[in-house]
Design a protein around this ligand. Structure first.
Ligand code: SAH
Length: 393
């Protein structure tokens, strides 16, 4: 018997508009023996069925998987994954020269709490909710049964994404298959993905299109790729004909991987150098006018709303440093991946930085996350990546 969660009177409004979260404050009653991660039916005060979802302890109490009472089993996941795959196929992302893409982007693919990135024949699965943690094995199985893609290995990587308090003690490991290769291809460029130890699922697939745009700006430029991680922007800049490319990250592991990735695509190319250093320190001591194409793609400065003020100050500070130092006629690619920072707030922080340094700045492009990170229109919280391409006179 599926347990039932009953809402307080009048609390079904946002759910009737297909927002997939039930907040704990909206709940009138819960079954006594309910356990975290369980599948539940949600009912309005008058008994009307609202949907079926995963229960968890915390402010988001239920994540709705379907606005009906449908059974959540392997067939359900297979159906959703098939739809997700069809969308990626329609987007032209599944090609021999492009084997890396996001297959499931949580609420954006009607699978709240689940992220799946594909690297060739390997899927990296990340659960953000206890319910998805418990469903991991049937999801993995469903992945291997999809038509149109040959997933042989499923790696589970949820040690840092599940709520700590849930005490689920997830272990990062293969659910199916094992290590084959960690080589993937994005728009014809190859790179190693470290899903075992790397950040996120091992690679930032969300910058693919912004990297392509950068490639078009790179010819003859001196490029500084700040917060380079595994060097994505760097090898696009090199293919675009940059005169030199310097990559900076505070993590020495990231720098090692960046160098390996550059070597993979441009063996023996002396245009590239990588530095394991703090970005702020690097910008402080850097001479003015040394670079005329700078990328700033810092980690999320605000992981939660409470950190918003400091985050905005952080964005202003780092962008002001770049405006102070970038050459005349320089191009700045600047990003924020903090979900808690809105597009307007980010733009205002960059605006303040420009005004503070007195540089003449124009917006050339306004960037966002790519189409394999879709935003469910009923769940605007799914929008997180924002970027600006600026011309600095
Ligand atoms: N641009 C990258 C993704 C950046 S992720 C890509 O396209 O793949 C953010 C990176 O910032 C991480 O690799 C992290 O190690 C690095 N980082 C965090 N704080 C830093 C700091 N103070 N200075 C330099 N790098 C930092």
């Amino acid at each position: 018997m599926i347990k039932e969660v009953k809402l307080k009177r009048g609390k079904e409004g946002s759910l009737d508009r297909f927002h997939p979260w039930v907040f704990s404050g909206a709940i009138a009653s819960l079954p006594k023996d309910i356990e975290e991660g369980e599948i539940v039916n949600v009912r309005a005060d008058d008994g009307r069925l609202i949907g079926t979802g995963h229960y968890q302890i915390g402010s988001i109490a239920v994540r709705i998987l379907d606005f009906s009472d449908r059974k959540i089993d392997k067939d359900f996941f297979k159906e959703r994954l098939t739809e997700s795959l069809a969308l990626r196929n329609a987007l032209g992302l599944m090609r021999p020269d492009n084997t890396a893409f996001r297959l499931v982007h949580g609420e954006g693919d009607f699978l709240p709490g689940l992220v799946i990135d594909i690297y060739g024949n390997t899927a990296v699965l990340q659960a953000h909710s206890p319910g998805m943690h418990f469903a991991r094995n049937i999801i993995a199985l469903a992945l291997t049964e999809l038509d149109g893609i040959n997933i042989r290995n499923v790696y589970y990587k949820s040690e840092t994404t599940l709520p700590y308090k849930a005490s689920l003690d997830p272990v990062n490991d293969y659910l199916i298959g094992g290590f084959e290769t960690n080589l993937a291809t994005e728009n014809g460029l190859q790179f190693y993905v470290d899903w075992l130890k790397g950040q996120k699922t091992g690679f930032f697939v969300d910058q693919r299109e912004n990297r392509s745009l950068l490639e078009k700006f790179a010819r003859g430029r001196k490029v500084l790729n700040m917060f380079c991680y595994t060097g994505g922007f760097s090898f696009y800049a090199m293919r675009g004909g940059a005169e030199l490319v310097h990559s900076v990250d505070s993590s020495s592991k990231a720098i090692t991987l960046t160098s390996a990735n550059v070597e993979l695509n441009f063996p023996g190319d002396r245009r590239h150098e990588a530095f394991a250093e703090d970005a702020f320190k690097f910008l402080d001591k850097m001479e003015k006018g040394k670079y005329d194409l700078i990328i700033l793609d810092p980690p999320a400065f605000a992981k939660h709303r409470s950190a918003l003020k400091n985050a905005l100050r952080g964005y202003q500070r780092i962008n002001a440093r770049a405006f102070e130092k970038i050459a005349h006629g320089g191009i700045l690619f600047t990003f924020s991946c903090s979900q808690a920072v809105s597009r307007e707030q980010f733009r205002l922080a960059v605006f303040s930085a420009a005004a503070q340094t007195g540089r003449k700045v124009r917006i050339l492009h306004q960037l966002t996350q790519p189409a394999d990170h879709p935003i469910n229109i009923y769940h605007p919280e799914g929008e997180y990546l924002k970027g600006l391409v600026l011309y600095v006179e």
